[in-house]
Design a protein around this ligand. Sequence first.
Ligand code: GZL
Length: 316
Amino acid sequence: MTLKSALLASAIALTPMAAMAELTIGFSQIGSESGWRAAETTVTKQESERRGINLKFADAQQKQENQIKALRTFIAQGVDAILIAPVVATGWDEVLEEAKDSDIPVILLDRTVDAPDELYLTAVTSDLVHEGKVAGEWLATEMAGDDCRIVELQGTTGSSPAIDRKNGFEQGIAGHDNLEIVRSQTGDFTRSLGKTVMESFLKAEGGENICALYAHNDDMAVGAIQAIKEAGLAPGVDIKIVAIDAVPDAHLAIANGEMNATIELTPNMAGPALDALEAYLANGAVPPKWIQTESKLFTTADDNAAIYEVKKGLGY
Ligand code: GZL
């Protein structure tokens, strides 16, 4: 423990609430590419306010260079800690070293980085490979041996969820020779590009030759649903659809028979992150390098209309 964190720990130990209330934390958010991302931002601000934390928020507009600039600004300002959702997995070593040299703990939210783990305090994420595997296994069960030509909408190129969810899905369908991924392309986690790329899949393959869509997030799936409808096909029936996030609009699509399954990703990564940070700063409790959030499968068997009503007011 460095002198700075020792002094901070002693200050917090003496007046825990007041000291937490004086914490200033920099948050480098990717942007607002999806409903889930918007919810994560909302929840992070709520969790910070609840703890009396002064949160400095920086929206990177999907650009890594903007995140690196934001981190350097936070370091220059001498913040007490940094939260970052890293848009891609590589290119962080230098700026994370700078944060470490300044004794500023960094916590990763919802995505990981290809960097030595001593450069960050902990990562709060789901098991992204497991999410993809659950999606693949769901489709294998759903198809029950029938042939199925699958198209895949990948997340942001080079991001850990795009890499891991693709690998996980391939693990989930492994051994099922009736399942084949015939097209796979990034939709960058957005509805608009998800729609555009799905239109190109339908044109290239012919809608009647596509059995299922696997999208790395619900927003791309919702965009694809629009494309499938405009092609005169029934999403959820002519083309089975499985995705990840479990945002309100995914539950609504499933309730309406236009989508078949989604895997939930909690938008509350900040709660566990700030709890770990509080314990670290207060008494030097070093958290595990990975704080895993749970993943739950939702299908047509669930009361998606009711779940939609609950979730739609939660900041998505
Ligand atoms: C996954 C997260 C992804 C969401 C998308 O942990 O990084 O980013 O699944 C978001 O909705 O764009």
